[in-house]
Each structure stands twice: as structure tokens, then as C-alpha cells.
Design a protein around this ligand. Structure first.
Ligand code: TEU
Ligand code: CA
Length: 531
């Protein structure tokens, strides 16, 4: 078995709350997605990863699920969901749902039963202790252990207090999760993105993650006849080569691919950073990309290519130095990443170059992570400092309403949106971008069509950067066909190429010349056919 047939999937991530509001309540919804599918189709998308749309009290925007078998009220109904997936399939777009197996909302009936005491059918669905067995911290602040007044014990929550970790040692929990998977598979979903997969098995004497039964649990869920056709991508903060193979090698029958994060983490100072520490060093990003391209190629693994998701500030904002060059920078990043070997993921808004919006008041933020960070203030920053760090690092930067047009609220909704819109949505929106002479959307369209070539799907990756800096030069080749991708990270510089060049295939500058020794413009990216 191999996974190569997934290599022509161009996946678009939708954050449903912020995509498009169809019924004027200020919240994106499923009918809103259905209404905008042509936008994706025209872009060249053939798969959607939809962030959670299940019933949820929304403490963590749907990553706190209270019923895995039903749709969140604000997003619509099961009927709406069926209409959505039918239309997707009609347009040739697959649907990848978000599976959250590590925790449920404490509002879930399992938790509500579990906390009643030690002798109900759900009492072992969660981890309960008289005293916390370790000092693990929760991702959104404070201890990961919370005392429950009713049960008179502590339960584990790796994220918010209202997100209780499921006890995967309990076979009933695993059976339930398989039922959930099968329920959605029977309704026609084509795959799953799996939230924090690496945390489902615990070793309480170590770190929170990569416990001793992780791989057997993954196989139990996804190594089955019923699931073997699915596309699966595990969110997995792993950079150990052996572990990457263990998760995602075809012979293991676990996952198809992983989201790895080291092209973010190694290039930044911390989650929340001051302006001066905010920018990514693309030279470091390049090194991690080269490492994983070469490794995946050698081991026969599928690499997931992405710059953005709903947990990260906009990559473009972390790269761009002069706003006048937004088109050049956005198209440069797209070319640099999406001509690599692997499966491209595009996050909503990326295709029109949406930027972070710098709000300096806490009221403009909704994300529990940033809000808790402000209140906890463990490092004793001033509130001005805190607001600067949150403006740079908040996940809300990626969660503001998708700007569609010049209408009110960027055309996202006629009502006041659940979170303030981007400050520049009257300028940066789909309508304007598609009309513009330098349209990022059009460039993405061209690029996604271009990467359908077999050369980009199957072809070998070879790094050609050598000792050069502030650029990334790589080759893709298949049989006799070779292309060279030249990416200039920032300032104008002269680059001398070792290859003889035949023609320019694609470039973000109109007048790019096919010369092997020349000056590259700021953020210039040119792809050549070579001998
Ligand atoms: O994220 C888990 C994760 O790995 C954290 O690093 C996450 O990036 C978080 O933003 C900390 O900065 C997943 C989801 O993608 C995220 O939206 C959820 O909040 C989280 O799990 C809990 O379900
Ligand atoms: Ca709505």
C-alpha cells in the first residue's frame, strides 16, 4: 500500500465560524460554506478540511465537543451538513472532518455522568485522581488538574478547564471513538484531521504526550477495513524522525500524513512575542523544509505543506516587511511552499493575502488562550506590553471573518460579527483582489493548476541553495523534465544559477528574465524550465 494517490489533493481549511454567515446572526455557518463552494472550486481546490462543526459550548470554538453526532446549533442542522457534503461531492471536493479524540467538553453527557461518582457506566471515561499525579500545566494556563466538587477528585484537562481528557485506557472510550468515526464515514466523509493525536496515550510520570499505547490506539482506530480508504492527517508536534515514521509510514497502517510544526517553532521566540521578535527567519524555515523534504522522500512518506492554520498568526504578517509588497510576498510564500513535494493545505484568506489585524484592546479578542494569557500575566508585563504580544501572537489573527467584498463587515455578515473584522477588510477582500491587476487569488489559481503536473506530484526534490543565503533554490525533476524554483526572501540580490535556463514558467514579476546571472527583485520568485 502507498498513499501517493492523495498527492493531487489541494486542501483548503475552513474555520466555519468565520467563513460566511448565511442567516444574519454574525456567525459563519454550514449554509454559508455551501454558498461559497464555487470560490474554492475556481481556485483549484479539491478537498476541504473543516474545523469542528459539532455541538459545543464554544469555550474553544468547537474543540470542546458536547455531542460528536450532531451539528452545532449556530452552524445549522444535520440536513444543512448533508446539503453541504452533497454539493462538495458534486463539485469534486472531498470533505475532511476534524476529529477531536483527546478531550470532550465537560458539558458532554459522558463527563456529566462520570463526575457523579465511581460506579456509573462512564466513571472511567476520564482520568480521576484523589491527588494530581504530576504537575502538568494546561495549554491555556494554570494546572492541568482541576478539582471537581461533585466527584471530589481531580480530572485532567490538557487545554481549557472545560476540556476534560478522555481516558483512552478504557476500551469503552476507544469503542465509542470508533463508532463516531464510522458514523461520519457512513455519511460519506473522505477523511479526518485528528486533533492532538499524540496526546491520547498518557504516561503520568513523563510529559503529556507520546504515551506507551499511542500507536496501538491509532491502529485500532485507523488500521481497520472500514477506514483504510480515508485520508488522515494527525496534528502531531513531533520532530523526531523515528516517531514520524512510526506515525505515518504506509506499512504501519496508522496515519496518511502529519502536521509538523518545526517550520514555525524554530523560527520564533515564543507563542506571544514583541514586535521585534515577531518576524520569521526564512533561512531557518528553509532548513526545516529541506530536512523534511529529503527525509520524506527517502522514507516514502507524504509531507503536509502549510504555512497557516487557525492556531497561528498569519504567516504573511510574520514575513512581510513593507505592506506595499504584499502581493509579492504572498505569492513568494505560496510558490516556495506549494511547489515542494507533498500535500498543500491553504488556510482561508491566504489566497487573497489576509494579514493580522493589530487590535490593542482585549475586547477585540475572543480566543481563550490569549485572554487567559493576559489575565494570568505570569511574567508581570505591563498591559501595553501584553496587548502588543497578544496582537502579534493571538490565534484570533487567523480567526477574523473572511473578507469577501466591500460591503459592510467585509461582506461576511449583515449583522455584527462574533469577532471584529480585519481593520483593512475594505481594502483586502476577495472582490478587490480578484479585480486587481496583481491578484493573489489569480496567482494561487495559476500555481495550483501548475502543480497538477506529474512532475510536481511525483517528481524528486533536490535542494540547490548551496551556501547562498536569503533565498531558497530547489529543483524538481521527473525523468527528463526539470524545473528550478528560485525564491528571493526579501531584499534585491544578485543570484547566479549553476544551471542553464530554457524559459520562465511562472513568476510573480511580469518581466522576469531567463538569465542564469541576474538581479532578483524583492520577494521575487521565478520558476524556470532547465536542461
Ligand atoms: O491544537 C493543539 C496544539 O497543538 C496547540 O499547540 C495549539 O496550537 C494551541 O494553539 C496552543 O497555542 C489543537 C487545535 O488546533 C486547537 O485549536 C485547539 O485549541 C486545541 O487542539 C485543543 O483542542
Ligand atoms: Ca449564521
Amino acid at each position: 500500500m502507498n498513499y501517493d494517490h492523495f498527492l493531487n489533493w489541494n486542501i483548503y481549511q475552513i474555520y466555519p465560524r468565520s467563513f460566511f454567515d448565511s442567516n444574519k446572526d454574525g456567525i459563519g455557518d454550514l449554509n454559508g460554506i455551501t454558498a461559497k463552494l464555487e470560490h474554492l472550486k475556481e481556485l483549484g481546490i479539491n478537498a476541504v478540511w473543516l474545523s469542528p462543526c459539532f455541538k459545543s459550548p464554544n469555550d474553544d470554538n468547537g474543540y470542546d465537543i458536547s455531542d460528536y453526532y450532531d451539528i452545532m446549533d449556530e452552524f445549522g442542522t444535520m440536513e444543512d451538513w448533508k446539503k453541504m457534503i452533497d454539493k462538495m461531492h458534486l463539485l469534486g471536493i472531498r470533505l475532511i472532518m476534524d476529529l477531536v479524540p483527546n478531550h470532550t467538553s465537560t458539558a458532554h453527557r459522558y463527563f456529566q455522568s462520570s463526575r457523579q461518582g465511581k460506579d456509573n457506566p462512564y466513571s472511567d471515561y476520564y482520568y480521576w485522581f484523589d491527588t494530581p499525579p504530576n504537575d502538568w500545566k494546561a495549554a491555556f494556563g494554570g494546572s492541568a488538574w482541576q478539582y471537581d466538587d461533585l466527584r471530589k477528585q481531580y480530572y485532567l484537562h490538557s487545554y481549557a478547564i472545560s476540556q476534560a481528557d478522555l481516558n483512552w485506557n478504557n476500551p469503552m472510550v476507544r469503542t465509542e471513538m470508533k463508532k463516531i468515526i464510522d458514523f461520519w464515514v457512513n455519511l460519506g466523509v473522505d477523511g479526518f484531521r485528528i486533533d492532538v493525536i499524540d496526546q491520547i496515550s498518557k504516561d503520568f510520570s513523563g510529559n503529556n504526550g507520546f504515551g506507551p499505547h499511542l500507536h496501538s490506539y491509532i491502529r485500532e482506530m485507523f488500521g481497520r477495513e472500514e477506514t483504510k480508504h480515508l485520508f488522515t492527517v494527525g496534528e502531531c508536534g513531533v520532530d523526531d524522525e523515528e516517531e514520524v515514521i512510526n506515525h505515518a509510514h504506509p506499512k504501519r497502517k496508522e496515519l496518511v500524513t502529519l502536521f509538523q510544526f518545526d517550520h514555525f517553532d524554530k523560527a520564533r521566540t515564543g507563542k506571544f512575542a514583541f514586535d521585534k521578535d515577531r518576524k520569521y527567519d526564512l533561512n531557518r524555515t528553509r532548513e526545516t523544509l529541506i530536512k523534511w523534504q529529503e527525509f520524506s522522500q527517502k522514507e516514502g512518506l507524504l509531507y503536509s505543506i502549510f504555512t497557516d492554520n487557525h492556531d497561528q498568526p498569519r504567516f504573511l504578517s510574520r514575513t512581510l516587511d513593507q505592506s506595499a509588497l504584499r502581493y509579492e510576498c504572498a505569492t513568494m510564500l505560496a510558490t516556495m511552499f506549494y511547489l515542494l513535494k507533498g500535500i498543500p493545505f491553504i488556510y482561508q484568506g491566504q489566497e487573497i493575502g489576509v494579514l493580522n489585524s493589530t487590535y490593542y484592546d482585549l475586547d477585540s479578542y475572543r480566543d481563550i488562550e490569549g485572554i487567559n494569557y493576559f489575565h494570568d500575566n505570569e511574567m508581570h508585563f505591563s498591559s501595553i506590553e501584553l496587548m502588543e504580544m497578544i496582537a502579534n501572537g493571538s490565534r484570533d489573527n487567523a480567526r477574523r471573518p473572511m473578507p469577501w467584498s466591500n460591503n459592510r463587515n467585509g461582506g461576511f455578515s449583515e449583522a455584527t460579527p462574533w469577532i471584529p473584522v480585519n481593520l483593512d477588510c475594505e481594502h483586502i477582500n476577495v472582490e478587490n483582489d480578484r479585480k486587481a491587476e496583481k491578484s493573489i487569488y489569480s496567482y494561487y489559481q495559476k500555481l495550483l493548476a501548475f502543480r497538477k503536473k506529474r512532475l510536481f506530484i511525483e517528481g524528486t526534490f533536490i535542494n540547490r541553495t548551496g551556501a547562498r543565503s536569503n533565498c531558497f533554490i530547489y529543483e524538481r525533476h521527473l525523468n527528463d523534465e526539470r524545473v528550478l524554483v528560485v525564491v528571493n526572501f526579501d531584499k534585491p540580490q544578485i543570484i547566479h544559477l549553476d544551471n542553464s535556463i530554457k524559459e520562465v514558467l511562472i513568476s510573480n514579476y511580469l518581466d522576469a528574465l531567463h538569465q542564469s546571472h541576474r538581479l532578483y527583485q524583492p520577494y521575487e520568485t521565478t520558476v524556470y524550465k532547465i536542461n
